[in-house]
Design a protein around this ligand. Structure first.
Ligand code: DAT
Ligand code: MG
Length: 134
């Protein structure tokens, strides 16, 4: 399998709860490489761009308010199969259903406050890395 690059973001709840180090260490211990990292506060135009596929969804207003509510940590990680490996380390979208041992499974409860974002494909990764690091 080829080396991939993917976009991962620690959401405002992860930053506010002091989980930056804990979350980063999980990707690091897995053997992935941290290529870039940046702390920023997402404004509404950036959120609309990043979550373009979700703007029409019923949960979007809540997602928008949450993701702009405080600082986030945006990262580029690389490694073999990095896109799916990162998604696996995060766990499924709803933390209540995420397996123990995953980031969402270990630290989350509510679907909006699910701690991390990770690109869902190589195409999404390229698009999202372009938005945050382009
Ligand atoms: P993921 O973050 O696992 O890729 P997604 O892309 O489907 O999930 O949705 C983006 C974010 O939107 C997700 O992390 C949390 C929020 N979200 C998704 N489905 C939701 C729902 N049914 N109710 C509330 N928030 C939701
Ligand atoms: Mg997604």
């Amino acid at each position: 399998m080829a080396t991939e690059h993917t976009f991962v973001m620690i959401k405002p709840d992860g930053v506010a709860r002091g989980l930056i180090g804990e979350i980063i260490s999980r990707f690091e211990r897995k053997g992935l490489n941290l290529e870039k990292i940046r702390r920023l506060h997402i404004d509404e135009p950036l959120a609309l761009r990043h979550y373009a596929e979700h703007v029409e969804k019923p949960f979007f207003p809540e997602l928008l308010e949450f993701v702009t509510s405080g600082p986030v940590v945006a990262m580029e990680w690389s490694g073999e199969g990095a896109v799916n490996v990162c998604r696996d380390l995060m766990g499924v979208t709803d933390p209540k259903k995420a397996a123990a041992g995953t980031i969402r499974g270990d630290y989350g409860l509510a679907v909006t406050h699910n701690l991390v974002h990770g690109s869902d494909s190589s195409d999404s990764a390229a698009r999202e890395l372009g938005i945050f690091f382009g």
